[in-house]
Design a protein around this ligand. Sequence first.
Ligand code: KG4
Ligand code: ZN
Length: 333
Amino acid sequence: MNILAIESSCDETAAAIVANGCNLLSSKVASQIEQHAPYGGVVPEIASRLHMENLAPLTRVVLSDASLSFDSLNAIAVTVMPGLIGALLTGLNFTKGLALSLKLPLIPVHHLRGHVASLYLSENPPSPPFIALIASGGHSLLCRVHSYTNYQVLGCTHDDAAGECFDKVARVLGLSYPGGAELSRLAASGDPSRYKLPRGIVKDNPLDMSFSGLKTAAVNLLHNASQKQENINLPDFAASFEQAVVDTLAPRLIQAACLTGDKTVVCAGGVAANSRLRDTLTRLCDEADLSLHLAPREFCGDNAAMIAAQAYHEFKAGNFAKMSQNAFANSEI
Ligand code: KG4
Ligand code: ZN
């Protein structure tokens, strides 16, 4: 069962072919970071235009990389939500054309389910039910994955996403967009207890999160120091900030599992590439006797392999797109 998937929800154009939801045959990502970096963030129209240019060539590349022809495909999959609407529509319309001309079923995939499905590409894939922490540039949420296609949200951020918070603070530090990974590199040699930064707590639901207070406190600390011409130790600051994000994310995954009684937990999304988060989760899950699955680093960021992996399960559940299928900027998982 070979599925060709396309991902174009933000600033990466990606295509991949995965067999049976777990065997990766080819995966390519055309990053647009260079084109968006001068603006300090993603420019939606530039993203859509670049997707238009990249989709067809990238599809040819994955087919030839997998030594397959269109004839050997069984279905086409595409991210239809959530994301930048223009960007999503480029991928959706491209795949509608492909599915129609090749007479293949088209499978609509939720981007965040795709992030979780990156785990199914790992050597030791988890099977539902499990608790998932998804932390990316646009979203931070905790879900119970009842089955491959049945998700229940247990908690989410009330304001910024974890990755968004990383990127904003990195930008104020003068690091290039998207600064999460670079900030993390800076933090590696720093002392995480040097600067005091707040941990966001949301009343009512202990599994909900907030990052805007941390973001503001971190930015104010830098601005105040600069006004007073005080020196900030950058690695120590980066480590203190990173620790505050990790202290918000990691214990909630453990707490969610304690509340539901699940013994398997997973972490996925761009921020799941963060070493401090991975190390902390490993330690906490060990102490709590939970089985932890971390998304393979190569599939933490946006890619189409994870979309193809999820599409296999959507296919089995009978979730197909019609030619009237629309894309959605926001959508429940
Ligand atoms: O999942 P993703 O590729 O795109 C979205 O769906 O948003 O996540 C991108 C986010 C960015 O905010 C990026 O800065 C962050 O993931 N990120 C990291 C690291 N690598 C990527 N954040 C912290 N530490 C990292 N090592
Ligand atoms: Zn993503």
